[in-house]
Design a protein around this ligand. Structure first.
Ligand SMILES: Nc1ncnc2c1ncn2[C@@H]1O[C@H](COP(=O)(O)OP(=O)(O)OP(=O)(O)O)[C@@H](O)[C@H]1O
Length: 507
């Protein structure tokens, strides 16, 4: 069955529904283009008719169209060629470029439609935005840039263009479009069914038409129940989803599919990451990794801030971005592999980071970004046992926590004995604390420093007292409150020389 959104794409501006003001402003931009020669940005949510409006306008004006993807590296070259051609044509007295069109300038115009103008950076082509800005300024042809997020377009490019916002199409405007489609397809319908489709697509006319088509598949009439069933059927399995992203669907469709899969963006990203190389060639994979890296950044922000609204951006990158990195569609069957999920690694990470933040008085974000990587690097690579014990004691880590930070297996004897020693050390400290060890804790400082050649940190003794709470200041990772300094001088000074950084240096 042909795609209904294509079949019923508006062919003239007057068929573009629900955005009268934008439509009028756009028509006016085109009519007066010779006077201002500005490019225009049409921005708004997916599926509200921006691309359709651009094509419809060109047809109304009798202009040819050239559609390019703004985020594609090659686009700048193509526009350059246009600009050059337009300039040459101008010097030839405005004769037609398209071969034989008469009737002056406007008939020979080519409307350049640049899709995904908000996706130029973050892409492999770092210079893309400025190249396009330059071309937008110099081009001899009218250019329409299309974007979902106006403010994701570089400022220079925004300032160089006029902008027109396309608003979400209201359910009230969507229903008549659906009704028209049903009539043309000879489908009987219950009005409530159309209303429901319109409402659940919240302003997205393309989505509504797609849903209608899905609901009508194999039927000559639709009732509310059919629409409700279609709702339920929407859930998508992970394997069809991987096919969608890695082989078949556009970025936009892949994104919609991502929302239909019952997995978190973390897991979806892992699935894509782990299977992408089985399908993509080197060029595609290189581009895809940029998006996956962006997705990871957003996932990291979600974890650090617990702000789940960032999930959307992770999904955008992992699903839509990776799909956009693909050249065309692919066929064939792939044996997808289940990614290695590290059971509980995320919750362990959260717990460890929370404890570090609490003990050190820093934010969770700092603990995650700065302290944890440092601890991991030191304990993992240098393997100083005493430091690891001190760390486990300071942050009250259990086996899972120590294993997570140091990268060792959770059940190894080593980890167990470290946790045991750390527990003892905490208990001793607590006992000391109860006895007023603050004033005379030299013995404790000694105690922690006696294994100092294992690279025990040197500065906690001085800083922990001021920076930390009960956990760190009555011992800190290497013990010793502020007053311990003199008693432990010898050891500490010896430590000073080896230049080791202390944990609290990084907090
Ligand atoms: N305002 C509208 N009037 C009529 N049909 C529309 C409208 N908006 C969307 N459609 C239908 O949805 C399809 C997709 O719309 P279009 O590609 O123009 O949306 P868009 O806003 O450019 O979306 P995107 O940002 O995803 O490119 C069209 O082919 C048409 O069938």
């Amino acid at each position: 069955m042909a795609d209904w959104t294509e079949r019923y794409r508006p062919s003239t501006l007057s068929e573009v529904r629900g955005n009268d003001k934008a439509r009028d402003a756009f028509a006016e931009w085109a009519r007066s283009w010779d006077d201002h020669r500005e490019a225009v940005i049409l921005h708004g949510s997916p599926g509200v008719g921006k691309t359709s409006a651009a094509h419809a306008l060109a047809s109304d004006m009798g202009w040819e169209t050239v559609e390019l993807n703004a985020s594609d590296q090659r686009t700048a070259d193509v526009i350059e060629r246009f600009a050059g051609r337009a300039a040459r044509n101008a010097t030839l007295g405005g004769s037609a470029a398209g071969g034989g069109a008469s009737g002056g300038d406007t008939a020979s115009r080519q409307l350049v439609i640049l899709d995904e103008a908000d996706n130029i950076h973050g892409n492999y082509d770092r210079g893309g935005a400025s190249a396009i800005t330059k071309l937008v300024k110099e081009s001899g042809q009218p250019i329409v840039l299309i974007a979902n997020e106006f403010y994701d377009i570089s400022r220079g490019l925004r300032n160089a263009c006029r902008d027109i916002e396309f608003r979400d199409v209201s359910a009230r405007s969507i229903v008549p479009v659906l009704r028209d489609v049903c009539r043309k397809e000879g489908i009987e319908f219950e009005s409530d069914a159309l209303q429901r489709i319109a409402e659940r697509n919240r302003g997205d006319l393309r989505g509504a038409i797609n849903d209608l088509q899905a609901a009508c598949e194999g039927r000559s009439s639709i009732a509310v129940e059919d629409v409700v069933t279609a709702d339920r059927d929407k859930a998508m399995g992970i394997f069809p989803f991987l096919d969608a992203v890695l082989k078949e669907e556009s970025a936009e469709e892949s994104l919609r599919s991502a929302y239909a899969v019952d997995e978190t963006p973390d897991d979806l990203t892992k699935w894509i990451e782990d299977n992408m190389l089985d399908v993509y060639d080197a060029g595609e994979a290189t581009r895809a990794y940029d998006f996956l890296a962006n997705a990871d950044v957003w996932l990291g922000r979600v974890r650090a801030s617990q702000n789940y609204s960032y999930w959307r951006y992770a999904t955008d990158n992992a699903a839509a971005g990776v799909a956009a990195a693909r050249d065309g569609t692919k066929g064939g069957w792939t044996r997808y592999g289940r990614p290695q999920f590290w059971p509980s690694s995320d919750s362990t990470a959260d717990e460890v980071v929370g404890k570090i933040a609490e003990a050190s008085g820093c934010s969770v974000a700092t603990a995650r970004r700065e302290v944890l990587p440092f601890l991991s690097a030191v304990t993992h690579h240098c393997k100083p046992r005493d430091l690891t014990v001190a760390m486990a004691a300071a942050y009250d880590l259990d086996e899972a926590g120590v294993a997570f930070v140091t990268g060792s297996g959770e059940s190894t004897n080593k980890v167990e004995s470290i946790v045991e020693d750390a527990r003892e050390r905490r208990e001793e400290r607590m006992a000391d604390h109860a006895e007023g060890a603050f004033a005379g804790g030299a013995a404790r400082a000694d105690d922690s420093l006696d294994a100092g050649d294992d690279a025990a940190p040197d500065r906690e003794g001085r800083e922990a007292g001021s920076a930390a709470d009960g956990t760190a200041d009555d011992g800190g990772p290497n013990g010793g409150g502020p007053n311990d300094r003199s008693a432990a001088d010898e050891d500490v000074d010896a430590e000073d020389d080896d230049g080791q950084s202390g944990l609290s240096d990084f907090v």
